[in-house]
Design a protein around this ligand. Structure first.
Ligand code: NZQ
Ligand code: ZN
Length: 390
């Protein structure tokens, strides 16, 4: 097992009506003026924003609003949030939404006390502890940003989508009411399931040997996501299915499922370039295409690890031919994503062969070279993986 540090400061309030406690819990922590940050439509239409404002009012907490975060959030709106924080002396950021809103809230919280441009942090990765505390009302289980240490932001001007890791931006409070996810369209539910499953794959496949305490937790989460996925797709208002998926989404990415391992993260790098070039590509859908392609390219490094995954997660019986078992596990992975209605080729995402060359320079800028852990990849390898996905 590799050395590690692990920080998880998030206080979770989970279950029906969780969001009604927002005002009281923020007041206990001394919040005086909150920036409510949210997305395009869904949280306003459902009345959630009005209900949250009422709980803040009841607790005597002032608030300022900034909506309009798009999927694959753009740094420009975060800059506007930072301006509002400075102007109104904001002391907490309340993110209402999914990964895009939470990531934008993290960028706002990191930049609120900084004199320069917040994009500096995404370029230099410099650490800072001077971060506004963040609370989250989660409306889509997917990215796991409600407890993760990362934010991922697009910069359209630079055509970059870059991450910034920092434990100080892990949310301090997360309100998770599975009922708030009943309104998710099937495509968003499916993309979320795919993303959380891929957060486990990124951690399971690396160049470290077995770490049973971590691997067994990881595999049990994979099995859970796989089992709950069809339930939640068929019965979107099944509270228990939604609840299991919501909690799993957090556990898949808060970090425990990878401690003591190196983790890989090559495929997330390959996907982020797709959604940087075409912001209309949903992260989970991009991963559904790229993960099986990455698997096909790298599995010869350690077919036994893939065969083990296939046995544990998909119940595949060993055939005595470990290469064949590995390939079956990859087929099952692709079939699982397809069963949710996810795309299986880049063509379905309107990405063509000519686009590949546009992805390579920014991939190199973001990930360096070589990148990944299970197999160390060069930009030529990346090209081949994109081609496999066409
Ligand atoms: O904007 P609104 O109208 O709210 O609609 C959203 C959005 O269109 C909709 N939605 C959310 N909750 C809803 C709802 N619609 C109906 N009912 C509800 N209850 O869903 C759409 C997608 O939302 P988004 O926040 O983009 O989804 P997700 O949570 O998948 O976040 C994706 C982003 O997270 C990043 C991705 O790269 C992507 O930018 N990631 C962040 C990570 C992190 N911070 O640790 C890790 C991940 O690997 C990922 O990279
Ligand atoms: Zn992801």
């Amino acid at each position: 097992m590799e050395n590690f540090e692990f920080v998880s400061p998030t206080h979770f309030v989970f279950g029906r009506g969780a969001e009604e406690q927002v005002g009281a819990k923020l007041s206990e922590r001394g919040a005086k003026k909150v920036l409510i940050h949210f997305g395009g439509q869904s949280a306003v239409k459902s009345g959630l924003i009005d209900r949250l404002k009422a709980t803040l009012d009841a607790a005597g907490i002032e608030h300022v609003e900034l909506g309009g975060v798009r999927p694959n959030p753009e740094i420009g709106l975060a800059r506007e949030g930072i301006r509002l924080c400075k102007e109104h002396n904001i002391d907490w950021v309340l993110a209402v939404g999914g990964g895009s809103v939470i990531d934008s809230a993290k960028a706002v919280a990191v930049g609120a006390h900084y004199d320069g441009d917040v994009w500096d942090f995404f370029e230099t990765k410099q650490p800072t502890n001077d971060v506004l505390p963040i609370a989250v009302v989660l409306t889509i289980p997917a990215a796991g940003s409600e407890a993760s240490k990362n934010t991922v932001m697009s910069n359209d001007e630079l055509q970059l989508k870059s991450g910034y890791p920092n434990n100080a931006q892990r949310p301090k409070l997360a309100f998770m009411n599975p009922e708030l996810t009943f309104t998710l369209p099937p495509f968003q539910t499916a993309a979320g399931l795919t993303d959380m499953f891929c957060h486990l794959l990124e951690r399971f496949f690396d160049d470290v040997g077995a770490v049973p305490v971590t691997d067994n937790l990881n595999l049990s989460l994979m099995k859970t996501v796989r089992a709950e996925a069809p339930r939640v797709m068929v019965e979107p208002e099944n509270y228990d299915a939604r609840a299991n998926v919501m909690w799993a989404g957090m556990l898949c990415h808060q970090g425990l499922a990878g401690v003591g391992r190196h983790e890989d993260w090559a495929t997330h790098g390959l996907e982020h370039e797709l959604s940087a070039l075409y912001p209309e590509i949903t992260h989970g859908a991009g991963l559904a295409v790229m993960f099986p392609a990455w698997m096909e390219y790298v599995y010869p490094e350690n077919p036994a690890r893939f065969a083990y995954y296939g046995r544990e997660v998909f119940g595949l019986a060993p055939t005595g031919d470990v290469e064949a078992d590995a390939l079956s596990a990859i087929d099952e992975t692709r079939a699982f994503f397809a069963s949710l209605g996810m795309p299986t080729t880049l063509a379905e995402l309107d990405v063509c062969e000519d686009d590949i060359e546009k992805l390579i320079p920014t991939l190199k800028e973001n990930k360096g070279e070589p990148f990944g852990s299970f197999k160390k990849l060069t930009k030529d390898d990346a090209r081949e993986i994109y081609r496999l996905a066409l």
